[in-house]
Design a protein around this ligand. Structure first.
Ligand code: AMP
Length: 274
């Protein structure tokens, strides 16, 4: 596996490889990330993965400084997963002195994570656009775990006419249903036991909505059940799967999305409905 840490090293590696599939990450890799790599690899192109904890997508009160970092472990995992190239830019590589350009996103970025984390999706869109410009992949693989993020990135690619195909990849879960996340390691033992309640609540809500029960009532009950499980729900919503606008029924492609705080950890999950 080639490792590039500067734009010059990246350029040399990219010339050697030809077309690539791309998996952007923030490191602290788990089986969810590796499933993205495996999916990209199965599509037949060499795989480039990036590890960059992007400061501009963290709010001032968020966990940028204590976001988990494990470069040696991550490189080992990427190598074993069959990655051809690891791109590890420094902050100066990504945000050179006097940088002055960022991407403003609206539409699918307007609500939910976008409302709870002001500036988050602008930071995501900006870094993803930079990564696309640097790596120039044929296709880029994103986890459905961050459903809203996939829609925001897909919208940006369509709006800016970027020459890359966005491939959504289903969420990898623990045996008890909890979606894998780099932040799960911050759950206490007791919180970890309670954390699958989020996925369970979403699954039950989706069943009830599909059975024809009133959506608003089901969402209300779901928030209550999360609170009973010791969580502080941020939002639970039925949305149009691509615009992320709230919907009251199942006429459109629909997604049930939720975020809830469990102790110090903000859990995020979503499932299809219908
Ligand atoms: P992150 O390192 O958290 O920025 O995530 C990098 C990529 O991995 C994003 O496209 C995430 O959506 C994806 N990802 C994170 N967790 C999972 C999971 N449990 N299953 C599938 N993809 C995931």
């Amino acid at each position: 596996m080639m490792i590039a840490r500067t734009l010059e090293e990246l350029r040399a590696a990219r010339e050697a490889l030809g077309p690539v599939g791309f998996v952007p990450t923030m490191g602290a890799l788990h089986a969810g990330h590796l499933h993205l790599v495996a999916t990209a690899k199965a599509a037949g192109l060499p795989v480039a993965a990036s590890i960059f904890v992007n400061p501009t997508q963290f709010g001032p009160k968020e966990d940028f400084a204590r976001y988990p970092r494990d470069e040696a472990g991550d490189l080992d995992k990427l190598e074993r997963a069959g990655c051809a190239l690891a791109w590890l830019p420094g902050v100066g590589e990504m945000y050179p002195p006097h940088h002055a350009t960022s991407i403003h996103v609206n539409g699918p970025a307007a609500h939910w994570e976008g409302a709870s984390r002001p500036g988050h999706f602008s930071g995501v869109a900006t870094v993803v656009a930079k990564l696309f410009g640097q790596v120039r992949p044929e296709a880029a693989y994103f986890g459905e775990k961050d459903w809203q993020q996939v829609q925001v990135v897909s919208r940006m690619v369509a709006d800016l006419g970027l020459p890359v195909r966005i491939v959504p990849v289903p969420t990898v879960r623990e045996a008890d249903g909890l979606a894998l996340s780099s932040r799960n390691r911050y759950l206490t033992e007791a919180e970890r036991k309670g954390a699958p309640a989020l996925y369970k609540a979403l699954t039950q809500a989706a069943e009830q909505i599909m059975a024809g029960k009133e959506v608003a009532a089901i969402l209300h009950l779901t928030r209550q059940s999360l609170a009973q499980a010791g969580m502080v729900p941020d939002y639970v919503a039925l949305v149009h799967a691509h615009t992320l606008e709230p919907i009251a029924g199942l006429a459109q492609p629909a997604r049930l999305i939720a975020a809830a705080k469990l102790g110090a950890v903000r859990l995020l999950d979503n499932i299809p409905v219908g």
